[in-house]
Design a protein. Structure first.
Length: 337
């Protein structure tokens, strides 16, 4: 059976159990600690804290956040050291996710937000110009990654005058290695060097610095992301995604990434009300870009951004919950913040 079908079977079990528990244990809270798996990017950290605030103040759990990269967090979910993560991008980790779900150690509770894009971006003013800033279009026919061959001189590598610079994902990310493969497959290795900015924050900083100066830059990025929320960026076209070609050499556009809520199976069996809440936890790319842009513009922490979202989107988060007492508890907690 396909691993997603297995997971849906597990979800049916959760929802049936949820009904029984609600009937038998209405109003019961727990002092257990929930450990949420945090990653290095900010969207998951904020989503975890939105869910964490509800779990703490609505359900009565203690909540802790465990930082780690994707594979260690998946292993933690399998062992039960980590109970939940609200945002796992499964396409870049397909084999590890399939193994975890097929073993029934981990279950998929549903999508956080619709399929998310990732790819290679340039500021839109590179293509269209920006009259308000006095910026002229320097590459008006730049549409595809193949077109980059004509424009390496616009994106110079300071350490190599003969080539342009492509700003890659941080080393350690699966996308970093995929992008390096793409550079070779697309024949861009003759024109560009792949540059590692060191971190998510480093990548964002170099994009914003170039944007503020009105300079050309080409870089990997993804949505949701505060950079995309704040800046006018254009994703360059690649050959349409084809699963066969992708599995051979990554020579197509990235697949639209499935971004899912994951949990340790035993934990959800013990706490089915949490499973019901997380199965309903959904957002949109626009909502996530919006709170990430708020976070950046206001210098807010992940906790402060989660509070801002909860205070300004009551209709959204209340739709994730079926218990009016839990909703009331969260509202009361927000009023005290």
């Amino acid at each position: 059976m396909h691993f997603i079908e297995k997971s849906m079977k597990q979800m049916r079990f959760v929802l049936v159990t949820l009904l029984l528990v609600v009937l038998l244990m209405s109003g019961v809270t727990s002092a257990k600690t929930i450990v949420m798996g945090d990653f290095s990017w900010e969207s998951v950290q904020v989503h975890n804290r939105i869910a964490g605030f509800i779990l703490e103040h609505g359900f009565g759990f203690d909540v802790e956040y465990m930082y780690g990269e994707s594979i260690p967090i998946i292993l933690g979910l399998r062992r039960g050291d980590v109970h939940i993560t609200t945002e796992l991008w499964i396409d870049n980790l397909y084999d590890a996710v399939v193994d975890a779900v097929e073993s029934e150690d981990v279950m998929i509770l549903g999508p956080n937000y619709p399929n998310a894009p990732q790819g290679w971006y340039v500021p839109t003013y590179v293509i269209e110009g920006d009259e308000s800033r006095g910026i002229e279009a320097v590459a008006p026919d730049l549409k595809t990654v193949d077109d980059l061959k004509k424009y390496a001189h616009l994106f110079p590598d300071p350490t190599d005058r003969n080539k342009g610079r492509f700003h890659n994902a941080p080393t350690g990310w699966v996308a970093h290695d995929i992008n390096n493969e793409k550079i070779e497959i697309y024949g861009l290795d003759e024109y560009y060097n792949s540059f590692n900015t060191g971190s998510d924050a480093g990548l964002s900083t170099v994009i914003v610095r170039a944007y503020e100066r009105g300079e050309p830059i080409v870089a990997y990025n993804w949505e949701p992301n505060w950079v995309i929320g704040l800046l006018d960026m254009t994703m360059l076209e690649e050959p349409a995604y084809d699963s066969k070609r992708w599995n051979e050499d990554f020579g197509t556009a990235y697949p639209a990434s499935k971004v899912l809520v994951f949990a340790n199976t035993d934990f959800i069996r013990e706490e089915p009300r949490v499973g019901g809440f997380l199965a309903n936890y959904t957002s949109t790319l626009e909502q996530t870009n919006e709170f990430l842009a708020y976070m950046e513009e206001n210098g807010a922490t992940t906790d402060e951004t989660a509070l801002w979202f909860l205070k300004n989107n009551g209709e959204i988060w209340q739709s994730w919950l079926v218990d009016q007492d839990i909703i009331a508890n969260v509202i009361n907690a927000l009023e005290g913040k």
